[in-house]
Design a protein around this ligand. Structure first.
Ligand code: A2H
Length: 253
């Protein structure tokens, strides 16, 4: 962990009804997977959410009608942040594992894909953010390669009970142009660096740094409400828009 606190945006990805049996007790409420991101301006290009299959999650009540699914650690952190409406000891309505979440259909703010699904990624950390990540394969090397793994390996899909229709129809959606890398920066950098799978952790860390930096300094939005604006300008504008819509929460750790 760094010395400085990381300021995340939590994206409220709404779980579409009817809920599976494991989530049955939540029926009648609005339930969201809470995904922590540093790149709110990329949300137009979401293709899925990532969860850790063996990770432990909980469904926590934040208002009379709204429930967030995230790690208990994140629920506690959120409770201590003043802008949170979570009571100080957040009550867990049901304990869940990542496997329980795989295949949930989601509606996520700003996403051009109207419905996306929760899918497994082995590199999700449960001691960072909320343990839930939204996937933008155009601009995140981790997301690009994990989606590529699932698409190209039927055995990996079978192992986690992932249906073809949750993965195969979802292609990269360009969101940002970076002069050096084009409109699909994550794919280009993964190819240039010959990254083969989500297990290439060292190379992926380097790819992530490179695209993150270049995207911020040289990137231009090519879609959405701020098309034509620089990424640096668009980032806070998109963040504010999401917060004002009530579809995002600020979170730091
Ligand atoms: B970012 P930092 Cl398009 N485990 O969001 C693994 N990864 C996690 C995580 C967890 N528990 N929680 C958050 N993340 C990811 C978008 C994105 C992100 C893009 C490009 C780069 C990027 C879409 N995924 O991150 O270690 C989330 O992915 C590169 C920095 O706190 C979050 O932002 O610096 C980022 O890692 C936070 O990483």
């Amino acid at each position: 962990e760094g010395v400085q606190p990381q300021e995340y945006t939590l994206i409220k990805m709404e779980v579409l009804s009817p809920f599976p049996p494991k989530l049955g007790v939540l029926e009648g409420r609005r339930v969201f997977l809470a995904a922590a991101t540093l790149r709110p301006e990329t949300m137009y290009g979401q293709t899925n959410a990532w969860v850790l299959p063996d990770g432990k999650y909980g469904a926590f009540e934040i208002t009379d009608t709204e429930v967030l699914i995230l790690t208990q650690r994140a629920a506690l952190n959120l409770a201590y942040q003043s802008y949170s409406r979570i009571p100080e000891k957040p009550s867990c309505l049901v304990e869940l594992t990542g496997s329980d979440l795989i295949g949930l259909p989601l509606r996520s703010p700003l996403s051009f894909n109207e419905i996306i699904y929760a899918l497994p990624m082995m590199t999700v950390l449960t001691d960072k953010g909320t343990g839930i990540v939204t996937s933008v394969p155009s601009d995140s090397p981790d997301d690009y390669i994990a989606l590529h793994d699932l698409k190209s390996k039927p055995g990996l899909r079978a192992k986690h009970g992932v249906k073809d229709e949750w993965v195969l129809p979802f292609d990269i959606i360009p969101v940002i142009n970076i002069p050096e890398f084009g409109d699909r920066a994550a794919e280009k950098v993964c190819m240039d660096m010959k990254i083969k799978s989500q297990n290439d952790k060292e190379k992926l860390a380097e790819a992530k740094k490179l695209t993150y930096l270049k995207g911020f300094t040289d990137g231009t939005m090519i879609v959405g409400d701020f098309a034509g604006r620089r990424v640096q300008e668009a980032k806070p504008l998109v963040r504010t828009k999401l917060l004002e819509m009530g579809l995002a929460i600020t979170y730091s750790e």
